[in-house]
Ligand binder design. Structure first.
Ligand code: SF4
Ligand code: SF4
Length: 187
């Protein structure tokens, strides 16, 4: 195994390079695991359910307006550093593409012209609601969104654990590398 080690302190470019190389080399080992396949499917469903709820409660429109007309995105430059290699690897397993260039110099590397380019996101990105959203969306809508996000976070947690377990039991060499790249970030 010749892939280089990266840690949470590595640059985001190094983490992306690591995740892409790791994915290319070991993708089959993960997707042949029935539990991983099922969890990836469940995670995708949960992510789409959260997104649908964001649209239902009017948050998507608010955020688009904020992004395009008010220049007030909460996805600022530097947010990408909260991501570790393990979560980037999960994004690749879900079929997301990791960007090579920053779309907006003032924004997170993962922010594209139509919003976040990632599918699996860190808890801070999933949970964050600004004051404007809290004021404009009624409490029933917020509670409904929180419920969907809770499912998303739970499945993501189980998937991360399953990936670690496979590495620990079957691929000890992988284990160290995934552990080094999957330490969760503090909020
Ligand atoms: S959550 Fe708030 S600050 Fe962030 S894009 Fe939406 S409206 Fe703007
Ligand atoms: S939601 Fe996406 S674009 Fe926004 S800060 Fe999080 S990772 Fe970056």
């Amino acid at each position: 195994m010749t892939l280089g080690e990266v840690s949470l302190k590595s640059s985001i470019r190094e983490k992306i390079e690591w995740a892409e190389a790791f994915y290319l080399k070991y993708r089959d080992r993960f997707i042949k695991d029935p539990e991983i396949c099922e969890l990836l499917h469940r995670l995708k469903e949960a992510i789409y359910a959260s997104r649908r709820e964001m649209a239902n409660i009017g948050m998507t429109v608010e955020c688009e307006f904020c992004e395009k007309d008010e220049g007030g995105s909460c996805c600022g430059a530097g947010m990408e550093d909260r991501y570790d290699g393990g979560l980037l690897l999960i994004n690749l397993l879900l079929g997301a593409e990791l960007p090579k260039r920053r779309y907006d110099p003032a924004s997170c590397l993962f922010l594209g012209p139509d919003g976040c380019l990632l599918l699996a996101r860190e808890v801070i990105c999933i949970n964050y609601l600004c004051q404007k959203i809290l004021e404009h969306v009624d409490s029933k809508g917020i509670a409904s969104l929180r419920e969907k996000e809770g499912v998303e976070l739970e499945v993501l947690f189980i998937l991360r654990e399953r990936i670690r377990k496979i590495c620990n039991t079957s691929y000890p060499t992988l284990s160290q590398k995934v552990r080094n790249c999957s330490k969760s970030t503090a909020k």
